[in-house]
Design a protein around this ligand. Sequence first.
Ligand SMILES: [Zn+2]
Length: 110
Amino acid sequence: MLEVLRQPLEDKTVTISRVTGSITYPAAFQFVGAMNPCPCGYFGDPFKPCTCSPGTVSRYQKRLSGPLLDRIDIFVDVPHIDYEKLADNRLGEKVGKGQGTGQAGAPNST
Ligand SMILES: [Zn+2]
């Protein structure tokens, strides 16, 4: 299914063809996608071992074709984040301390 996006990504148009004719629409869009590194989702994870065979991982990652990957400008590898770190509220405290100090951009600052 993703492979049909190759042409719209390139041309910024999409053409729908039916028996009665075809019509071309504008299709300039920003493509954002995410995928697991392997079927179990833990390939490269420092905390939990991947249960997939190397062949399975390779086949899974090759599901996206080279031509489609060529049209994606930015790839970001997102590592596992420990829940405790993610739920840590220290950042919220920092933001709270910044309020009321008259910093530029703060809502309701005078
Ligand atoms: Zn795996």
